[in-house]
Design a protein around this ligand. Structure first.
Ligand code: BGC
Length: 340
């Protein structure tokens, strides 16, 4: 079970769920959900104490941006101007670069509680030149809880054209602790984004047919992890964007993914307006951090991050992520936690 929220955390409660949000990185720090016997349990991975959030390097529950995922060599050119971003140890930019949205103190704009749930809105200004990105970006993160449904909405505006691709980086474990390899995952995607040895896209959108990425039928996460597929060897597991199938005409949100824990019955169903989802099987968790339920090791949590495709700024054939003055970036993802 989760600890008491620290004083700056914001709680949203409904008859079924209890969601805790922190202004530090606009993070989801806890989600309590019932199992099929009605027993509430933690379904996200978080550190054992408050200090752990500050020390976190895994983006636990965080809002990541300005551009989630990887940008090759932290470099792109826009309207003939070359832009160099802050890079990490591998020479590329991950999740907006060091000290980005996930580590900033967001401002609490509103926190409303209602019997069926409630909402929180957080805001952040990313200044012109932030980690090398052009333009001053104003971004909001909205969390709305209504019964068993949590909706996450990101909005952003800019005063100069800049790339924007924000996502939430919650690590799910519907059993609370232990391996998620027995969780069943379904992803509504007929193609995926193969990566090179640096986990950057090769530029291809490959069919999932006859690969471990064909998750269109519910599949235990662990089923193919040891198959030796070159893409899984490269990433030490799943760490890939899947290209979500087109939404049914007229529907604002498309089915993205479903995660089901057969033991507890807990089921997470994700729909989104985003074209892709990063399926990350917690490959780099190494047991070195004390989490709420003990040490989380490789495969003890899964991230399902709705977003545009990685390195889109350097891949003209991918859907573009440029935001210009006068436009509003908006990303909406619905997370339903039920029991089946
Ligand atoms: C990335 C992983 C990375 C992780 C950071 C994920 O979104 O795809 O490669 O290690 O974030 O914890």
């Amino acid at each position: 079970m989760s600890e008491q929220p620290s004083p700056d955390e914001l709680v949203l409660s409904s008859a079924t769920l209890r969601v805790t949000i922190s202004p530090f990185g606009a993070r989801v720090t806890s989600v309590l959900a019932p199992d099929r016997d009605g027993r509430q349990g933690e379904v996200t991975v978080g550190p054992a104490d408050a200090r752990g959030w500050l020390d976190d390097v895994a983006y636990l529950g965080a809002s990541v941006g300005r551009v989630a995922n990887r940008i090759r060599h932290g470099h792109f050119s826009l309207d003939g101007v070359e832009h160099q971003l802050a890079t990490g140890p591998d020479g590329h930019t991950l999740h907006g670069g060091p000290g980005s949205f996930d580590r900033r103190a967001w401002t609490v704009r509103s926190h409303t509680e209602r019997p069926a749930g409630g909402e929180v809105e957080l805001a952040l200004v990313s200044p012109d030149g932030d980690n090398g990105f052009p333009g001053r970006v104003e971004v909001t993160a909205g969390y709305v809880l209504d019964g068993d449904l949590l909706t996450i909405t990101y909005r952003a505006t800019t005063d100069r054209t800049t790339p924007v691709n924000v996502t939430n980086h919650t690590y799910w474990n519907l059993a609370g602790t232990g391996s998620v390899e027995g969780h069943l995952v379904t992803v509504h995607a007929g193609r995926y984004v193969p990566v090179d040895e640096d986990l950057l896209p090769t530029g291809e959108l490959a069919p999932v047919d006859r690969t471990p990425f064909d998750l269109r039928q519910a599949t235990p996460i662990g089923r193919h992890l040891r198959d030796g597929h070159p893409q899984l060897l490269r990433a030490q597991g799943y760490d890939h964007t899947l290209v979500l199938d087109e939404p049914v005409t007229g529907e604002a949100l498309r089915p993205a993914a479903r995660l089901h824990d057969p033991a507890s019955g807990r089921t997470l169903t994700i729909t989104t307006d985003q074209p892709g989802i990063q399926f990350y099987s917690g490959n780099f968790l190494d047991g070195s951090v004390r989490y709420r339920g003990g040490a989380a090791r490789q495969g003890d949590a899964v991230c399902l991050e709705t977003q545009y495709f990685p390195d889109s700024v350097n891949q003209p054939q991918f859907p573009e992520i440029w935001l210009s003055p006068g436009e509003v970036y908006e990303s909406r993802t619905e997370l339903r936690l039920s029991v089946e």
